[in-house]
Write a protein that binds this ligand. Structure first.
Ligand SMILES: Cc1ncc(C[n+]2csc(CCOP(=O)(O)OP(=O)(O)O)c2C)c(N)n1
Ligand SMILES: [Mg+2]
Length: 633
């Protein structure tokens, strides 16, 4: 067999640029290039290899964490069928990627991380940025990627690549296993040459399968649903990644079963689909949450059933409730003692639709669904037209953005009070139009992620909605958006600190302690002085983008209109009233309150907490009889 004598880093890039994926007969290159910030741990190895492969673009970011967010948002927007590589030097460049890795992994989104690592040959240790250890030389900061990676390896010898890379690819393209994959690359090994088999550099196509559901389980699920009086579908991100949105729309229309959407699953149906009750869970709509509370059968599709979806296991209160779960991941399919249909969402929905021919939900339930929907549209309009302030309400700002965006455009967000508000209020019209990172809810994802979304499909305008806290944590990828010529429309909701955690602090009796951006003031010695004079317009202009301040609804509308004509990233800064919140509806979230305290408000909050927490249920041990019974004939 012919061989190619190249460095480990050159072999790595040669392999990566020849990996393809295919689903439903459509094929595309998997990696669209590599992000990074060079340092001594990578510049001469992987950096050199990227330099000599101009057909595998190198993108310079501002912060390695930002790069991983860009990559994650990109892969999420491309429904996990394309990804980026993220590289870094050793030490702080590498550890900067850990938060990004966790974010990708929680959300089950593929990203390949290639941090540089300390010398394999050891003799020059300790090298710059190496944490030494007295008990082993076989450790570096890159070991910290292990708990946040779905696959992890360190390449001590150039020929290890031949075995590691196929494993990395297997995990990255797997609908059930995917997340961050980390290959730590010792600085010296990157530059070492070896003879690699020529086959390693041939085009390889990874098929993304649509595993069929077991027919017996589909029949059982159909029996359960036929017997149900008020079933509910919980649609998660898996519906979107599997491209099962049309199958779900048909299924819901055929059966009349209503749908509640999780954060990752929002956009599974257009907002005005007759069966779409909108957001479900802690940040849900009244209709979806009442339906959840009363449901006798819950069909969970492509969801991890996180605490925000299950309202900390209080959402499903029907004593008879049982769960059917369709999920590519066995791990998720078994949650809540569900009837576990480990399969592709689209395939399973189509089979279940056939098995349910002629079935429709009871007429009274259908009426309730229509009423809940109509009332929710009225409530959304009320919040969009609040006419409070200035400072105006964040809900009204969302209304302005919602009206300004076209059907195909995308809103993106991750942390603060906006995830809850957007989950409830955003009127998603096309799949992918709502991009929320709410697995890790990582402050700083918004702007970086917006760039990833824009790169995934430049024809869609991207509206980044971001709180002042998140903006201050990481807005530096605005510079990268300008470098690469991708325009973002950014709306900064400035409420001088944390509306979300401030509200939570009030709810647990702590009165907002430590959540405002204020001067420390004598005599209290606390952060209770005047607001800090942070100027987001100047900050943004300083990064090279266009910025304007808007105070009233009319000014916000004008600013959004003006953005359309701008040729580069454009930001509107709106002061919003922190206390004029979008309410919660029919739900609860478990945030334990101190059992004892000297503060009266906390004692009251604890008493309320104790009455609420008893509603939590152990669905995982509540398998109904029909499920455990076996037929003996
Ligand atoms: C990296 C990170 N640190 C801390 C948190 C906890 N947290 C969640 S929301 C929030 C406040 C966000 O402030 P801002 O972006 O201004 O949004 P607001 O709450 O005001 O809407 C904090 C601190 C987080 N989600 N991510
Ligand atoms: Mg804020």
């Amino acid at each position: 067999m012919s061989k190619r004598h190249v460095t480990m880093a050159q072999a790595l890039v040669g392999f990566l640029k020849n990996q393809y994926v295919e689903r439903d007969g459509v094929e595309n290159r998997f990696f669209e290039g590599a992000w990074g910030i060079f340092g001594h741990g990578i510049i001469a190895g992987l950096g050199q290899a990227l330099q000599q492969n101009p057909d595998f673009p190198y993108y310079l970011c501002r912060n390695e964490q930002g790069a991983v967010h860009i990559a994650t948002a990109f892969a999420k927007a491309r429904k996990r069928k394309a990804a980026f590589v993220c590289t870094s030097s050793i030490g702080p460049g590498a550890t900067n990627m850990i938060t990004g890795a966790a974010t990708a992994t929680v959300n089950r989104i593929p990203v390949l991380l290639l941090p540089g690592d300390i010398f394999a040959r050891r003799n020059v240790a300790p090298v710059l940025q190496q944490i030494e250890s007295e008990h082993t030389q076989d450790t570096s900061v890159n070991d910290a990627f292990k708990p946040v990676s779905r696959y992890w390896d360190r390449i001590y010898r150039p020929d290890q690549l031949i075995c590691s890379l196929p494993e990395a690819m297997r995990v990255l393209v797997s609908p059930s296993q995917t997340g961050a994959v980390t290959l730590a690359l010792p600085q010296d090994v990157q530059a070492e040459a070896a003879d690699y088999p020529e086959d390693m550099f041939q085009k390889r196509v990874w098929h993304i399968a649509r595993p069929e559901p077991e027919s017996g389980l589909v029949e059982r699920a159909a029996e359960w649903l036929r017997a149900a009086r008020n079933p509910l579908i919980v649609a998660g991100g898996g519906v979107i990644y599997s491209e099962a949105t049309e199958a779900l729309a048909r299924f819901a229309a055929q059966t009349g079963i209503p749908v509640g959407e999780t954060q990752a699953g929002k956009g599974s149906l257009p907002f005005d689909h007759p069966q779409n009750l909108g957001a479900v869970g802690v940040t849900g709509t009244p209709g979806a949450n009442i339906a959840a509370r009363e449901a006798d059968v819950v069909l969970a599709i492509g969801t991890r059933l996180s605490d925000f979806t299950t309202a900390s296991k209080t959402a499903f209160q029907n004593p008879q409730v049982r769960f059917i779960s369709i999920n590519a991941a066995e791990f998720d399919a078994y949650k809540h003692a569900a009837l576990p249909i480990v399969a592709d969402a689209r395939a399973a929905l189509d089979r279940l639709a056939s098995a349910l021919k002629g079935y429709g939900v009871p007429a009274r339930y259908a009426q309730s669904i229509a009423q809940w929907k109509a009332r929710w549209e009225e409530e959304t309009d009320r919040i969009f037209d609040l006419r409070h302030g200035p400072p105006i309400s964040q809900g009204e700002v969302i209304g302005c953005v919602s009206r300004a965006a076209r059907a195909e455009d995308v809103v993106i967000n991750a942390a603060g009070s906006l995830p809850g508000d957007l989950h409830k209020l955003w009127r998603t019209r096309q799949p992918g139009g709502y991009h929320m990172e709410y697995g890790n809810s990582c402050m700083g994802y918004e702007i970086a992620g917006g760039l990833g979304v824009k790169m995934a499909d430049a024809a869609r305008d991207v509206y980044v909605m971001v709180g002042d806290g998140s903006y201050l944590m990481m807005s530096s990828e605005i510079v990268t958006s300008i470098q690469e010529g991708y325009k973002l429309n950014v709306v900064v909701c400035d409420n001088h600190g944390f509306s979300s955690i401030g509200g939570l602090s009030q709810a647990v009796g702590s009165g907002g302690f430590g959540t405002d951006y204020r001067y420390r003031r004598a005599p209290s010695g606390q952060l209770d002085g005047a607001y800090l004079p942070v100027d987001f317009v100047k900050l943004t202009e300083g990064l090279g983008a266009i910025a304007v301040r808007a105070r009233t609804r009319e000014e916000v509308e004008q600013a959004l209109e003006a953005m359309r004509g701008h040729d580069r990233t454009s930001v509107v800064v709106v002061e919003v009233d922190k206390e004029m919140r979008v309410p919660g509806y029919e739900s609860w979230w478990d945030v334990p309150v101190s059992e004892v305290s000297e503060i009266e408000a906390i004692r009251r909050a604890r008493a309320e907490y104790e009455t609420a927490v008893v509603k939590e249920r152990h669905h995982e041990i509540a398998a109904p009889a029909e499920y455990v019974e076996t037929k003996t004939t």
